[in-house]
Design a protein around this ligand. Structure first.
Ligand code: 5GP
Length: 358
């Protein structure tokens, strides 16, 4: 029953990398478009890999999404797949990439993603989609700067959709502090910041990045002392009430947590800190948001009411305006009686505090 409940639950996805979310189905389409047949792209359920091997997967996928048509196709399919999984609000993030041999520039890349989002809007899918542009820490500060300029440009011309900037890429490469001026520049122009922080122990950069402060944190795997973090990191996150985007399967497969019992979800959830369950890379990690909710339920003994409150309170942390959040809450309210009836239960809305809207 919990499986069906998680599938029917209206959900919010706030941490999904476009190229990591590509399904096997879409990979097949891309392979046939490019007249290749290569199965090294598949990622079987339950398999594990080191973080480095996961980054190798992204590199292989990028070889398939090296032109604007593929980027459009991938974005379009990913939105439809989240829609089919009952995701009502989706924030995608992606690294604008240039590929000289196909003529794709970073700007054309973003345009292709936005075109796919517009197409889905024109199809009246019951899903709101926003975009964050990712700064890959491996690409250095000048590309980071260019990415922020692009985000600002599209924010001005397409303000509804481009809502923020993400800092991601291999956490073992470079120093996140180098990007602070670039991130401040983004924030000063009204873009929201979601930063991959402390996926691996990173004592040097963490405090400075936390003090920006970001609007949300991706993973935060090693923030707390039990995971080789520091109490002052925890205090800072709590003081700023910075929501955490938590991705169970991704962290398990990427081996940044030893097992799910020791996943940081438990630490933050017990503190009633805003936690958002996310997929990260549903393609590469062969999962879905419904499966992530199910996994959270079985690992942390969560009941349907807890899952309901988690999905509803995730709206508070979205990077959209307050009016859009109200519309989403209304949607949850409308479907609640149907879900209660179908599963013969009463969903309690209180208990887990909903947080300030960011
Ligand atoms: P894209 O930005 O090309 O749409 O999605 C793939 C990219 O997202 C990867 O190359 C990587 O930079 C970033 N990414 C995906 N998953 C993770 C993750 O778990 N941690 C970090 N730090 N970056 C990730």
């Amino acid at each position: 029953m919990i499986k069906e409940f998680c599938e029917e639950l209206p959900k919010v996805e706030l941490h999904a990398h476009i190229n990591g979310s590509v399904s096997e189905n879409t990979i097949e389409k891309l392979l046939s478009r490019k007249q290749k047949s290569d199965h090294q792209y598949s990622f079987k359920k339950g398999s594990t890999a080191t973080l480095n091997e996961c980054f190798e997967k992204f590199r292989l996928i990028h070889q398939l999404t090296d032109d604007t048509d593929s980027v459009y196709q991938v974005t379009y399919d990913v939105i439809h797949e989240f829609h089919e999984d009952n995701v009502k609000y989706l924030e995608l993030r992606s690294t604008p990439r240039e590929v000289p041999k196909t003529g794709m520039t970073r700007e054309l890349y973003v345009e292709a993603v936005l075109r796919a989002i517009s197409k889905c809007e024109a199809e009246n899918l019951d899903i709101v989609v926003k975009l964050l542009l990712s700064i890959d820490r491996r690409n250095g500060i000048s590309v980071g700067h260019e990415t922020v300029k692009l985000a600002q440009k599209f924010q001005a011309s397409d303000g509804e959709r481009v809502v923020g900037v993400d800092l991601s890429g291999d956490p073992n490469v470079g120093d996140g502090r180098d990007f602070i001026p670039v991130l401040k520049e983004a924030r000063d122009s009204g873009l929201r910041l979601s930063l991959h922080l402390c996926e691996v122990p990173a004592l040097q950069e963490t405090m400075d990045l936390l003090c920006l402060p970001p609007d949300r944190i991706g993973h935060g795997t090693c923030l707390h002392p039990e995971a080789r973090g520091r109490q002052e990191f925890v205090d800072t996150v709590i003081n700023h009430k910075t929501p955490l985007e938590l991705c169970l399967t991704s962290n398990l497969i990427g081996q940044t947590v030893p097992d799910l019992d020791n996943h940081q979800f438990r630490f933050w959830y017990e503190k009633q800190h805003p936690c958002i369950i996310c997929t990260d890379d549903k393609g590469v990690f062969s999962t879905s948001l419904s499966e992530e909710y199910q996994l959270a339920a079985s690992t942390f003994d969560l009941q349907p009411s807890d899952l309901w409150r988690l999905s509803l309170s995730s709206i508070d942390s979205a990077f959209c305006d307050e009016q859009s959040k109200e519309k989403l809450r209304e949607k949850w309210k409308l479907c609640k009686p149907q879900i209660e009836k179908r599963f013969n239960l009463k969903l309690e809305s209180s208990g887990y505090q909903t947080q300030k809207s960011i």
